[in-house]
Design a protein around this ligand. Structure first.
Ligand code: HEC
Ligand code: HEC
Length: 266
């Protein structure tokens, strides 16, 4: 007892300092570790969605619904054909007659329904009716896609409906420009400033103006389709010729110039 007492009283100032520092450090270290742990947990719960890997993972998760929309924001959104939509979203019921759905190619099932007319059938397919769920339960389908599937099904059972080509809101705006007749003379200037750099020399296979052979099949697509391809891009042709600031009127005029140069009639 006396011995240990003697030892304690013999504690040097250095030892006192050391023990104070150690006494402070231990809780400090514990706090730092806890903070790091919390940060780490929060970090793993809130993934950095801006990272490439995180975005890739997100795209991977929504792939079945958004393949076209998410992979490349500049890509032209291609809507599915009636048959593609039918095969993906309607066949489950309409192929077998599940829930008394009118069956594909079955004239008796469709007969009286067809009498309602295409528009009403499309409306019912979009909004749902009785056991028919809205959009066949596929909320991601566009109105146009549903309408195409309706035409595909109804036509299989004797109707002669014409499915809409494309009625996306994006397409609606340029359609107004297309409707106003393009001015090829005005378009020539735009062409020289913006389009000639590829089209004059045939860079990357760009069809030269007036080269009727190179344009024949393209002209056959019709002016609105050509305009659409110039607006949205196609293969080596960048959207708006790579000039996002080009107005749609200017673009329409430039396409009009190329179109008429190659013998197309506006
Ligand atoms: C879950 C089953 C189911 C799926 C999936 C489904 N349908 Fe239907 N559909 C029905 C049923 C049941 C009816 C009959 C409803 C009634 O008239 O009572 C019907 C009726 C219809 C009608 C006729 C409506 C009318 O006014 O007579 C159309 C058109 C139609 N479906 C289109 C579609 C399209 C297009 C798809 C795919 C995008 C689809 N359906 C997917 C069950 C389904
Ligand atoms: C960077 C080069 C480049 C520029 C700039 C460019 N084009 Fe093109 N364009 C192409 C290529 C390459 C093609 C052929 C694409 C194909 O069919 O594979 C093409 C094709 C086209 C077509 C035909 C599309 C079809 O469906 O056959 C039109 C119309 C067109 N361009 C209009 C324009 C207009 C208008 C401009 C200027 C506003 C322009 N291009 C600027 C490279 C360019």
């Amino acid at each position: 007892m006396a011995d240990s007492h003697a030892k304690m009283t013999r504690t040097t100032p250095m030892e006192v300092v050391a023990s104070i520092v150690a006494g402070l450090l231990a809780p400090l270290l514990a706090i730092v570790l806890i903070v790091m742990l919390v940060l780490d947990i929060r970090g793993s719960q809130q993934p950095d969605t801006s990272g490439d890997a995180a975005q890739q993972a997100a795209i991977e998760r929504i792939k079945p619904f958004a393949t076209l929309a998410a992979v490349d924001p500049t890509a032209v959104v291609v809507e599915k054909s009636g048959q593609e939509v039918y095969d993906a979203a309607c066949v489950a019921c309409h192929g077998t007659g599940a829930l008394a759905a009118p069956r594909f190619e079955n004239k008796a099932d469709w007969g009286s329904r067809l009498g309602q007319g295409y528009d009403i059938l499309v409306k019912h397919a979009i909004e749902g009716i009785r056991n028919m769920p809205p959009r066949g339960g596929n909320a991601d389908l566009t109105d146009t896609e549903v309408a195409r599937a309706v035409a595909y099904m109804a036509n299989s059972a004797g109707a002669d409906f014409k499915a809409p080509e494309a009625a996306t809101p994006e397409a609606a705006a340029p359609a107004a420009v297309v409707a106003a007749k393009p001015d090829p003379a005005a378009g020539k200037k735009i062409y020289q400033n913006v389009c000639a750099m590829c089209h004059a020399a045939g860079v990357a296979g760009a069809p030269k103006p007036g080269d009727k052979a190179a344009w024949a099949d393209r002209i056959a697509q019709g002016y609105p389709t050509l305009y659409d391809h110039a607006l949205n891009g196609i293969r080596g042709m960048p959207a708006k010729g790579g000039n996002p600031s080009l107005s749609e009127t200017d673009l329409a005029n430039a396409v009009g110039y190329l179109y008429t140069e190659a013998g197309g009639k506006l």
